[in-house]
Design a protein around this ligand. Structure first.
Ligand code: GDP
Length: 286
């Protein structure tokens, strides 16, 4: 059943055109945002501003606020942010090191952002997608049960550090909460925590632990909704509206705007790159 406020014609609109899927995958390899800018307006919106695209399917008179304008950069801003993520001889984007404890973490002066989420939420895939403009970067995945999970540090030019935190939930190591908690509480240059939620299933019990941690330490954090290519538009809208309501009514430190993404179609990836560049103080949006 469609969520309240959702247009009833959703079923017919649920499919993403295959051509766009192909194009965005091809785009991710060819690296040129200029190609995206040449897409027809509707396809461009779908790829770059997925939340705006979703909002089109809400009834005008019962539109819940999706906070579309909280972070609303221009296409120029987004193009500028892409350059930070593009590896070159002068802009090194690379894996730096891993740590199991905060006191083993590299002491870096740059602003930092971290990505946390339940195991299987799509964190490695998302980080790989963010780094698709630096194909040399190896995003390490340690999925074997019992294998020590680590925090992985990536340098993005002279701009910021991105930290991939170990996945939590099922089979998380005992010391996981200690490791993550200490990092979140004590890392001085941590600018923003990106908390990943699977858009197919919504907020799960395991996510509550991370949400509570962020709230308790009064951290600024953002919810990123992964795998948006997997659901029908109707199901996705229902999840987005539920999560938005949760953010609006149950959280203090969470950024009001949600960031839906797909590591398969690259939908939302450009906007997320731009947001990271912005909150690390590297980009002033117009
Ligand atoms: P992690 O454990 O959080 O690092 O999750 P992974 O990145 O390994 O992803 C878990 C599973 O979800 C894998 O089978 C991925 O291929 C799949 N997956 C991740 N992101 C997406 C996405 O955006 N779309 C789809 N369709 N599948 C995804």
């Amino acid at each position: 059943m469609a969520a309240p406020g959702v247009l009833p014609c959703m079923g017919r609109l649920s499919e993403m055109p295959a051509a766009l899927g192909r194009l965005s995958r091809a785009y991710s390899k060819s690296q040129a945002f200029t190609e995206v800018l040449q897409l027809p307006k509707r396809q461009l919106t779908k790829l770059v501003f997925p939340l705006q695209e979703l909002e089109r399917y809400l009834l005008p008179d019962s539109k819940p606020d999706l906070h579309l304008n909280t972070f609303d950069p221009s296409l120029d801003d987004i193009a500028r942010a892409e350059s930070f993520f593009t590896a070159s001889a002068r802009n090194r984007v690379e894996y730096l090191s891993s740590a199991v404890r905060l006191d083993h973490a590299p002491d870096l002066p740059r602003p930092e952002v971290c990505f946390i989420g339940r195991s299987n939420v799509g964190k490695s895939s998302l980080i790989k997608a963010l780094f698709s403009l630096a194909p040399e970067v190896e995003v390490r995945v340690s999925k074997n049960p019992g294998h020590t999970k680590k925090m992985n540090f990536f340098k993005v030019g002279k701009f910021f550090t991105l930290v991939d935190m170990p996945g939590y939930g099922y089979r998380a190591p005992e010391d996981f909460v200690d490791m993550v908690e200490t990092y979140l509480k004590e890392r001085k240059n941590l600018m923003r925590t990106f908390l990943l939620v699977d858009s197919v299933v919504g907020i799960q019990k395991a996510d509550d632990i991370a949400i509570e941690m962020c709230e308790e330490f009064a951290l600024p954090y953002v919810m990123v909704l992964t795998k948006i290519d997997k659901s029908s538009k109707g199901h996705l809208l229902k999840q987005v509206l539920q999560i938005q309501k949760f953010v609006d009514t149950k959280t203090q430190g969470c950024f009001p705007q949600l960031f839906p993404v797909s590591a398969v179609t690259y939908s939302g990836i450009h906007l997320l790159r731009c947001f990271i560049a912005y909150i690390t103080g590297n980009l002033k949006t117009n």
